[in-house]
Design a protein around this ligand. Structure first.
Ligand code: IPM
Ligand code: MG
Length: 368
């Protein structure tokens, strides 16, 4: 049988640095566990624009559609801020999400015990936190038409459209309920049904899907602004949160920071099942390209490493190996290994990106 295939799109800024550490772990899986991947690499974002004048070529898009999973680093940087909107680095990522139809974006926010004091919130609020935000990723205001900047009389008007169909809400709601059944069996759906029609429909459809197919799962609804407040007040009240594209973007950054560092949070973007039964999938850290620290060996590779662990679990049915990677990360943190972003007020000596990767490798070796 052919090896499972991976397309690595490391992207811009710290993307290639953190991805280098993931490549070490991919190599380790082959050498020590006999789990080999066919790895292909390509460009996305600003680096693709530099090489080809577009943030994602059709050829790269076609490759992404072919492979079992895509691993993405990060896109964007100040160098590209002035580019025309249609060729900005972010458009490459958004095209991948849209054309692969990756409608369900899983963003876990898990607080590692060793880092509970790094959160801006009190230890008791975040210790043991383990929630997942399921963000709708292919619709809503990110993609709705009409959109653009138009002339109206003698001024300009900027327009974006929040639009959701029943089927789009249904499929992401299902993925949230399915996930909840494997965890704490609780879903909280967030929208603004008090001010938006699309929010009213969202709430109705989530409730209908629940009543029809998932009555065993506990379901609640919350306005998204209250949800943001509850996330910082007492995040442990949640298990799975399901929400739209824009609210999910904002709420997931908030949830990520609860855990102490944005450098810790992985994500999986999943679509419909392929011929082999596995979902179409792209895995990426929640953090961005961090141009302020790129090229200095300061980036924390853990979010990217944990994104690969999610790939092992969701794309390759290698849950045990995923847990092995997660446990290795936990051990390294418990041992006090810290990149710069994880330095507390008491200071200490941070390790570099590659030293962090090596520490995870050593912990993996010790797990055998
Ligand atoms: C994210 C990012 C992206 C988004 C950007 C880079 C387009 O913020 O994945 O959360 O807004 O979705
Ligand atoms: Mg974001």
């Amino acid at each position: 049988m052919a090896n499972p295939s991976l397309l690595i799109l490391a992207g811009d800024g710290i993307g290639p640095e953190v991805m280098a550490e993931v490549k070490k772990i991919i190599g380790w899986m082959g050498a020590k566990r006999g789990i080999r991947f066919d790895v292909n690499e390509d460009l996305v974002g600003g680096c693709a624009y530099d090489a080809h004048g577009t943030p994602l070529t059709d050829a790269t898009m076609a490759k992404a559609q072919e492979v079992d999973a895509v691993l993405l680093g990060a896109v964007g940087g100040p160098k590209y801020d002035k580019l025309d909107f249609s060729v900005k680095p972010e458009r490459g990522l958004l095209r991948l999400r849209k054309e692969m139809d990756l409608f369900s974006n899983l963003r876990p926010a898990q607080c590692f015990d060793a880092l509970a004091d790094f959160s801006s919130l009190k230890r008791e609020v975040v210790a043991g936190l383990d929630i997942v935000i399921v963000r709708e990723l292919t619709s809503g205001v990110y993609f709705g038409e009409p959109r653009g900047i138009f002339k109206e009389g003698n001024e300009r008007v900027g327009i974006n459209t929040q639009r959701y169909t029943e089927s789009e809400i249904t499929r992401v709601a299902k993925s949230a309920f399915e996930l909840a059944r494997k965890r704490g069996n609780k879903v909280c759906s967030m929208e603004k049904a008090n001010v938006m029609e699309s929010g009213i429909l969202w709430r109705d459809v989530v409730q209908e899907v629940h009543d029809r197919d998932y009555p065993d799962v506990e379901l609640s609804h919350m306005y998204a602004d209250n949800g943001a407040m509850q996330l910082v007040r007492w995040p442990k009240q949640f298990d799975v949160i399901v929400t739209d594209n824009l609210f999910g973007d904002v709420l997931s950054d908030c949830a990520a920071m609860l855990t102490g560092s944005l450098g810790m949070l992985p994500s999986a973007s999943l679509g419909a099942p392929m011929a082999n039964g596995r979902p179409k999938a792209l895995y990426e850290p929640v953090h961005g390209s961090a141009p302020d620290i790129s090229g200095q060996g300061k980036a924390n590779p853990i979010a990217c490493i944990l994104s690969f662990a999610m790939a092992l679990r969701y794309s390759f049915d290698l849950g045990e190996e995923a847990t092995r990677v997660e446990k290795a990360v936990e051990k390294v943190l418990a041992d006090g290994v810290r990149t710069t972003d994880l330095m507390g007020p008491e200071g200490g000596t941070p390790v570099s990106t590659s030293q962090m990767g090596d520490a995870v490798l050593a912990a993996l070796d010790a797990s055998l």
